[in-house]
Design a protein around this ligand. Sequence first.
Ligand SMILES: CC(C)(COP(=O)(O)OP(=O)(O)OC[C@H]1O[C@@H](n2cnc3c(N)ncnc32)[C@H](O)[C@@H]1OP(=O)(O)O)[C@@H](O)C(=O)NCCC(=O)NCCS
Length: 212
Amino acid sequence: MEAAEAAAAAAVDGEEGGVSKRSWYAVGERAVLVPYLREHVPRYHEWMQDPALLEATASEPLSLDQEFDVHRSWTLDPLKHTFIVLDKELIDGEFVVGNPHTEAMVGDVNIYMNDPDDLRLAEIEIMIAEHKRCRGKGLGQEAILIMMAFAVEKYGIHTFRAKISESNMASLKLFRKLGFKDASYSAVFKEVTLDAPAASLPLISPLTIGSW
Ligand SMILES: CC(C)(COP(=O)(O)OP(=O)(O)OC[C@H]1O[C@@H](n2cnc3c(N)ncnc32)[C@H](O)[C@@H]1OP(=O)(O)O)[C@@H](O)C(=O)NCCC(=O)NCCS
């Protein structure tokens, strides 16, 4: 493990009092964020067959076995934290802590502390994959704001960064609406980098936060 990764892992262990990063969940008004579990992988893999989602998230198509490998590496990576987003309205019965609730999974939100010079800067990504049923209901916005509040509290993040394709108007509008400012543009990748100090953001404290 690189020194930077070891430092991040130590910070995470210290801040979470020994509770694994894989076990946190957070309940909002409309969305519930749960750990990305193996049970979620087949549906996640189905989503990532959609060319539009692959383009929007700058991802490559993977086999199901490769998706399980990616899930494992994300789970083990101390610099990455991924939540699956559940739509509360789709949960069968009540939300049960420890249940992956695959019936209600609609997307994911993750942070990646990928700047070795500043492990308190996190790149954030959001995807609401179930477009027909679940986009435009505020789930993406709420999931980002809860994720960022969580990241400030658990990882001490002071700045968030989003890298978004110049053609992805929905996502650009979402991040700019929240207060992210354009920081740079890559003509090669046709991508805008937006930054926001954590202190400037309208973060949402979840209704409940806990671990299983
Ligand atoms: C971008 C995305 C996450 C938005 O999720 P969503 O749950 O539909 O968004 P919300 O309902 O929370 O909308 C919040 C704000 O986002 C913006 N927005 C969302 N969809 C939009 C659209 N189709 N056109 C323009 N603006 C849009 C608006 O500013 C909206 O606020 P408003 O309703 O007050 O105008 C979703 O479209 C998505 O997953 N896209 C594919 C993956 C992707 O592009 N990820 C971004 C990479 S970081």
